[in-house]
Write a protein that binds this ligand. Structure first.
Ligand SMILES: Cc1cc2nc3c(=O)[nH]c(=O)nc-3n(C[C@H](O)[C@H](O)[C@H](O)COP(=O)(O)O)c2cc1C
Ligand SMILES: [Fe+2]
Ligand SMILES: [Fe+2]
Length: 404
């Protein structure tokens, strides 16, 4: 647990973070090999306001931090930007520690509180453009529905130009010492922000774009999200990335994901990889779907323009670990990608047609040849796989709309 740290020059807005290093899977699905942070913020003004809380398992140390910082003062407001339990879990603890604290949220927040905690909150209900005067700090609210829950909202401090953005612009990983963008290994945190984006927010990219339109009027000097580093040096970095990710503008590169039981599809994959590199293009990320967690494959698929998927047929369908990936890519609404497909089948087939169906569903640009070998790939199949790799690589190298 870090000590609270002021995030503004006036030293009256504090980051109060909790590193969670023992939850293995975020939301029970997404691996957290280096943990995750839950960030909360306290504004000590004429009125005292807390923005979001932390997961219930950390309620006791969190509450102690808030009590220590407030130093006997009353907590006037608890602003709830998001009700997911990794942030809302300690609301009851804070209400108990500060009887009479006024909860602030939108109409949907109130409904969720009732359903989560079985009480009807006496809340200050806010909507777009509403303001809350803390003294020096003048807060305003913007509803950003479905980024990535119905009640999601952000709070903007017009005084110090800080955007309290809840999960938006946040990422996985505990804060490993530093908490600001100028104190951390940015390359690593950008990777983890992309993994968070692809896994959790990506499906709602259109709503992220709508949120951007709403934020256009705010002069943002600092972004304070509920996970990962605080962006005080250059919030434009993460805003630009978010804009690109939510417009589905990928980089030049190819994700080659495959599954195999007995090695036939693996041999085909090697030929595809060879075909790609024969063109001189080397930005390839190979994933074995049975071994790489889908969370990482989704991240890479969100980053790169090219996606080539290969797997055997299994019980008339697609090999289950690949079906899991394809299903996730469909749910997350991955778009604007080039897709290639290959696989091996013994009799009925089913794998390649399912991959191609995914491409149609997501309106991807399907590039051939699609290759389905009967059991062991024959020389013609291997040649077709090389051709597939070459064709996709050539398409990616000539990608006018890719990010650079
Ligand atoms: C449990 C199991 C189920 C299978 N189901 C099908 C199927 O429904 N249709 C089909 O065409 N082939 C089916 N096959 C055959 C495989 O697709 C074929 O053996 C393929 O070459 C395996 O590729 P791999 O060596 O990459 O694992 C099945 C194989 C196994 C082991
Ligand atoms: Fe969330
Ligand atoms: Fe969260």
């Amino acid at each position: 647990m870090h000590d609270p740290k002021p995030i503004n020059a006036a030293k009256d807005i504090f980051w109060i973070g909790v590193n969670d290093r023992d939850t293995d899977l975020f939301e029970g699905v997404w691996p957290l090999p280096r943990g995750v942070s839950y960030n909360s913020y306290l504004i000590l003004d004429e009125k005292v306001a807390l923005l979001d809380t932390v997961k219930a398992k950390s309620a006791i140390p969190f509450e102690q931090q808030v009590l220590k910082l407030t130093g006997g003062r009353h907590l006037d407001y608890l602003i709830i930007n998001h009700m997911e339990p990794d942030h809302a879990g300690s609301i009851p603890a804070i209400m108990k520690a500060f009887p009479g604290v006024k909860l602030v949220g939108n109409a949907k927040t109130a409904k969720f509180i009732e359903e989560f905690f079985s009480f009807t909150p006496d809340m200050l209900i806010v909507t777009d453009g509403d303001t809350l005067d803390l003294g020096r700090h003048k807060l305003s609210f913007a509803l950003v529905p479905m980024v990535h829950w119905p009640e999601t909202m952000v709070t903007y401090d017009a005084t110090d130009k800080v955007l309290f953005s809840m999960d938006a612009f946040g990422g996985f990983s505990a804060l490993e010492g530093g908490i600001f963008d100028d104190e951390v290994d940015l390359e690593y945190y950008e990777d983890e922000a992309l993994r968070y984006y692809a896994n959790i927010v990506g499906r709602h990219s259109q709503m992220v774009q709508r949120a951007f339109q709403k934020l256009a009027g705010f002069d943002i000097k600092c972004i304070a999200p509920t996970h990962g580093p605080v962006w005080r040096k250059d919030p434009g970095v993460i805003m630009k990335l978010y804009d690109r990710w939510s417009r589905q503008i990928p980089e030049q590169g190819i994700v080659l994901a495959y599954g195999t039981m007995y090695g036939n599809t693996e041999r085909m994959m090697e030929a595809v990889a060879r075909g790609i590199t024969e063109t001189g293009f080397s930005k390839v990320r190979i994933h074995d779907v049975s071994r790489s967690h889908a969370s990482y494959i989704l991240r890479d698929a969100w980053r790169y323009k090219g996606l080539i998927l290969g797997a055997p047929s299994y019980d008339t369908m697609l090999f289950p670990p690949m079906e899991h990936l394809v299903n996730l890519l469909e749910i997350k609404k991955l778009a604007n990608r080039v897709l290639g497909a290959f696989g091996s089948a013994g009799w009925s087939g089913g794998a390649v047609s399912r991959i191609l169906k995914f491409g149609e569903n997501n309106k991807l640009e399907i590039i051939g040849p699609s290759v389905e070998a009967k059991f062991a790939p024959k020389p013609a199949d291997i040649e077709a796989c090389r051709q597939l790799g070459r064709t996709v690589a050539e398409r990616i190298m000539a990608c006018p709309d890719c990010a650079r």
